[in-house]
Design a protein around this ligand. Structure first.
Ligand code: UT7
Length: 337
């Protein structure tokens, strides 16, 4: 049994920080950040907790889907920047929305939403779920070294969610991969205060070799889109919407050129939000849903990549019961043209 996406929702903190705001305390400029990344602003938590954002995104998605929290069979949260180490971020959402189902987190960095969807797909396939809430919630501003201009200008906070229902076709294709390399992008865990620990504490802040992640991002998008299209017996040009991880506008530009796809089909949200890790993909999908750009019959390809180095990609075909589906735009004969 497959699934379809019934509803989506997003929550961003109110505080918007511009590139000029950052240049007040960092040796940087709006010109550098805009040109090298495409980011103009990011939303950052001030008084909001990640529980607040994740819950708001979940409630929006549930309301869009017309699903009550009591109907949920599973909550999976994708996060690597949770409010709680114990219990799971998903469990905090479950408590706030009044759900009584199992809940746990998935940690696959910026590819986490696709990994979480794949976990949910397994529950549908085994007949264990009819309704699943997948939330991606990230508060990377808590993981930044705010003296490091090469990383802290890139990230923001936010949460986005999708409610899945049984009965759809599910994945046409899905691929998950990890090429283990901790050096490229890492946030060490907490050192704690054990009286027995004698090793040197490491700061719990993000360090990254940006150029390597950049190349990995472009290569991942290109390879994954080609694989997804080949699995479906179509070409990349036949795919109607591309929802890629939003790390850098130049990564998107380079992938678009190499794939020879129409840039207008690639959703872009990073100018307003920056990189919100695993929340980027559901947020971009929510934008497509809410702006009425999705029609039944259309193909949607998603690719996430990041720390790990980890990649997740999937191809879905929207149907008339999927979130935001406009009237049937394509018949099977249109698709084979
Ligand atoms: O979600 C996945 C995780 N992250 C990513 O996907 C990030 C992928 N990587 C990138 O987006 C880019 O590699 C960066 C935006 C991180 C860096 O861009 P770049 O074009 O690769 O710049 P660079 O690291 O080669 O640095 C070029 C120069 C350096 O100065 P020098 O050595 O040439 O004098 C940097 O110190 O730019 C300097 N620089 C900055 N200057 C002003 C680095 N950050 C900044 C800054 N403002 N914020």
């Amino acid at each position: 049994m497959g699934f379809r996406i019934l509803g989506t929702g997003t929550a961003l903190p109110e505080r918007v920080v511009t590139n000029d705001d950052l240049s007040e305390f960092l040796d940087t400029s709006d010109e550098w950040i805009s040109q090298r990344t495409g980011i103009k602003t990011r939303h950052v938590c001030t008084t909001d907790s990640l529980d607040d954002l994740a819950t708001r995104a979940a409630e929006e998605a549930l309301s869009y889907a017309g699903v009550d929290a009591s109907e949920l069979d599973l909550i999976v949260c994708s996060t690597t920047s949770p409010d709680h180490i114990v219990p799971a971020q998903a469990t905090a959402v479950g408590e706030r929305i009044g759900a009584a189902c199992p809940s746990f987190d998935v940690a696959a960095a910026c590819a986490g939403f696709i990994f979480a969807l794949d976990v949910a797909d397994g529950w549908f396939a085994r007949g264990r779920a009819r309704r699943v809430l997948v939330v991606a919630a990230e508060r990377y501003t808590r993981l930044m070294d705010w003296h490091d201009r090469s990383t802290c200008v890139l990230f923001g906070d936010g949460a986005s969610a999708a409610v899945l229902g049984d009965g759809g076709e599910g994945f046409i294709s899905v691929h998950l991969s990890t090429k283990p390399d901790l050096e490229v992008l890492e946030v060490p865990g907490l050192s704690g205060s054990s009286p027995f620990n004698v090793s040197e504490p490491r700061p719990c802040t993000l360090s990254m070799h940006g150029g390597e992640v950049f190349k990995y991002g472009v290569t991942s998008i290109v390879q994954e889109v080609r694989k997804l299209a080949a699995d479906a017996g179509i070409t990349p040009q036949d795919i109607d919407h591309f929802v890629f991880h939003q790390a850098n506008g130049r990564i998107l530009d380079s992938a678009i050129t190499r794939l020879g796809i129409d840039g207008d089909r690639v959703v872009r949200t990073l100018a307003d939000t920056g990189n919100i890790s695993s929340a980027c993909i559901p947020l971009a999908l929510d934008k497509l849903v809410r702006t009425g750009e999705l029609a039944a019959g259309e193909y949607v390809a998603m690719v996430g990549f990041g720390a790990g180095l980890t990649t997740g990609s999937c191809l879905l075909q929207w149907d008339e019961k999927s979130a935001g589906a406009a009237t049937l735009a394509k018949t099977p004969s249109d698709l084979s043209d």
